[in-house]
Design a binder for this molecule. Structure first.
Ligand code: MTE
Length: 388
């Protein structure tokens, strides 16, 4: 794999987290003159320079927990240029009896809970939809898995004493909003906010969040589209109804009745996206690979949001017949399952497919469900290979 590490390598995400590094604009313009590198990230596919949007190459779907430098990054706007842990504050208000503000040291005194979660951007796989749709053209890698740790959002909300009128919980982060773009503000229903696994996360894989992933604290809404998990969190506001704003509507909505590819959908015929779909991705062999005949390991990862993976099947004959893959031992409710299938390959050209089934009885479809924003692509994955 091409290495994109270079002169900025020494600027770790942690250094950036305290505002000690140059602005993102300065590295972006410097990078245009040479190999591309992003501070704190290794070998990532850069999907957008304007804001930092980095895709994980599928080759890295080979460990249950994704190392932080290989964890995808999705930003709608500029990352905060200044993040001072000494002055950072989290304000909790709205429909609560006792609004309050916490600093980082007070937040860190709350009981810590950990959740292994597969975070996937709702737009993951968008580039595979036909006809194509506008938006970041993600391939298969806007998804990664980490152990997130921090206080439960429930504990923070209980301290504020939510009023009976409180039905939704809104998050706001410190992103720098360019020009007239609406700020990245979204809300989740109170039931999900009070779930024992919904966090105000401060750590990922045992280390403090890096700047790219929301230092010093982010919401972590497990099993749901990544957009629910607001980074650089500073405001939690309890509302009596869903937040009204661009990233709730028209953003991140799905047609109630998906129509024909290319069809226009009226806003009133859509609903907000919440939990992820069932999905699997083949991380090896890679699409276009030429292999030797003999034993070949077909492997990858499968996840299903709030459901569990119960089965992954592989086809080596373009979808005519299917065999069960072995599921990896590492598992946790909201986390992907690694899987593998040992295949005795003879010479020829093959289309290999994977499809997952989950505990809600959902199976990946053979064709994607097209929608105007290209959300939740989850067709059975496929790679074409040649066995010599
Ligand atoms: N939070 C803020 N404040 N700003 C953002 O642009 N992007 C969201 C979410 N939280 C975003 C945000 C989206 S769309 C995704 S998919 C996840 O963050 C990605 O999290 P990651 O960058 O840590 O992988």
């Amino acid at each position: 794999m091409n290495s994109r590490r270079n002169f900025l390598k020494q600027l770790s995400g942690a250094a950036l987290a305290v505002g000690a590094a140059p602005s993102l604009w300065s590295w972006a313009s410097a990078a245009q003159n040479g190999p591309i590198d992003v501070p704190g990230e290794d070998d990532m596919i850069v999907r957008s320079f304007r804001f930092v949007d980095l895709e994980t190459p599928v080759e890295y779907f080979n460990t249950w927990l994704t190392p932080v430098p290989h964890f995808f990054v999705r930003n709608h706007m500029h990352e905060p240029s200044e993040l001072d842990p000494d002055t950072w504050q989290l304000t909790v208000g709205g429909e609560v009896e006792k609004p309050f503000t916490l600093n980082l040291s007070e937040l860190s005194k709350l009981e810590v809970h950990s959740v292994v979660n597969t975070l996937e951007c709702a737009g993951n796989g968008r580039s595979l939809h036909r006809p194509q749709v506008p938006g970041i053209q993600w391939g298969k890698g806007a998804v990664s898995t980490a152990r997130f740790s921090g206080p439960r959002l429930r504990d923070v909300l209980q301290r504020a004493a939510v009023k009976p009128a409180g039905k939704h919980v809104m998050f706001r982060g410190l992103d720098e909003v360019p020009g007239k773009v609406p700020p990245f503000i979204r809300s989740i229903p109170i039931e999900k906010a009070l779930d024992a696994d919904t966090l105000v996360a401060t750590h990922m894989n045992g280390t403090p969040l890096t700047k790219h992933h929301g230092f010093p604290a982010r919401a972590l809404v497990p099993g749901w589209i990544g957009a629910a998990s607001c980074k650089w969190l500073t405001d939690i506001k309890v509302l009596d109804s869903e937040f009204v704003g661009n990233f709730m509507s028209p953003g991140y909505r799905f047609p109630n009745q998906p129509g024909k590819p290319g069809e226009v959908v009226k806003p009133e015929d859509t609903h907000p996206l919440t939990a992820l779909s069932v999905k699997s991705v083949i991380s090896g062999p890679l699409d276009g690979a030429t292999l030797r005949s003999g034993k070949v390991s077909v492997h990858g990862a499968a996840w299903a949001g709030e459901a569990d993976i119960v089965k992954v099947e592989i086809s080596t004959d373009g979808g005519t017949s299917w065999k069960a893959a072995a599921l990896g031992h590492e598992q946790s409710h909201y986390a992907w399952r690694l899987w593998s299938y040992d295949w005795k390959a003879r010479s020829g050209d093959y289309t290999i497919l994977s499809r997952a089934t989950d505990s809600q009885g959902r199976t990946q479809p053979s064709t994607p469900v097209w929608n105007p924003s290209g959300y939740l692509y989850n067709a059975a994955d496929q790679v074409k290979i040649h066995v010599a």
